[in-house]
Design a protein around this ligand. Structure first.
Ligand SMILES: [Zn+2]
Length: 268
């Protein structure tokens, strides 16, 4: 599934992060820029219990913020996903947007505008130093650690790959603020699999998917679903439609009925 690609005999994974305010890499960064002929080079800048942070132009404060955020989230994600300690993770931080995308193109064979971070596998995260870079880094860390649950999980399927990272990273978007949910239009799993350039709904509702799976089947159920590449049959659902129907009812009951809001359909 796109954007998987094979290059130099290995499978590279690209993950996409959603900037908190909806702006992704295209909006520029606050850091200084390298000239077009001099790309930003990264050097080791921080070494923590579980991470090596490499950066170029990023400030000491930014590097420290990223390292602290990663360490503070690491325990929860490895516990939730039951991986135990994982091999050290290298984090590469670019401040210069042109260099970030040039390296992406060199590494992946093409560039994906709008991306602010990606993982190249279970042990390397790459992020652009946008204002919410610390949260993006922990999002990418969640992706990387989930690859220890299932090494072929990357974007397979995309709806679950993103949902797991969004849930583990605590990226809840209140469904009462999402107009299509308020209007009773809940996306299907197929719709959530949309190309990142075509649809970003998964970033808005992915946390709610993860929350539903854990409420319905426990953390062990979430792990089973990851290992089964999102085959909802392993959780006892007769079909994706049955999963979507129960998820819709869960979100309505938990967020809308509790708030005294009524939608077009009775809440079970
Ligand atoms: Zn992601």
């Amino acid at each position: 599934m796109w954007p998987h690609r094979r290059r130099r005999g290995r499978l590279w994974l690209v993950a996409w992060t959603l900037a908190a305010a909806g702006g992704c890499g295209g909006e520029g960064t606050s850091g200084p820029s390298a000239s077009s002929s001099t790309l930003e080079s990264l050097v080791p800048r921080a070494h923590t219990a579980h991470f090596d942070v490499h950066a170029g132009l990023a400030s000491e404060a930014t590097v420290a913020e990223i390292a602290a955020a990663l360490e503070s989230r690491y325990g929860r994600v490895t516990a939730d996903l039951e991986t135990g300690e994982v091999p050290r993770i290298t984090v590469e931080v670019w401040s210069d947007e042109a260099s970030f995308f040039t390296e992406m193109e060199r590494f992946l064979g093409r560039r994906f505008s709008g991306a602010t971070g990606y993982v190249t596998g279970p042990s390397v995260l790459r992020v652009l130093a946008v204002p919410q870079v610390a949260r993006n880094a922990t999002h990418e860390m969640s992706h990387a650690i989930s690859l220890h649950v299932n090494p072929t999980f990357g974007n397979r399927p995309r709806w679950l790959w993103e949902s797991v990272a969004l849930y583990e990273n605590g990226e809840l978007v209140d469904p009462r603020s999402i107009s299509y949910l308020v209007q009773g239009r809940f996306p299907t799993l197929t719709e959530l699999d949309a190309d990142p350039n075509a649809g970003r709904q998964v970033y808005e509702v992915g946390y709610l998917i993860g929350e539903f799976v854990v409420a319905r089947a426990g953390r062990e159920g979430l792990l089973r679903l990851i290992r089964a590449h999102g085959d909802v049959g392993v959780l006892g659902f007769a079909s994706p439609a049955a999963f979507e129907s129960e998820w819709t009812a869960f979100v309505r009951a938990r967020y809308f009925a509790a708030a005294g809001l009524t939608l077009g359909e009775a809440v079970p």
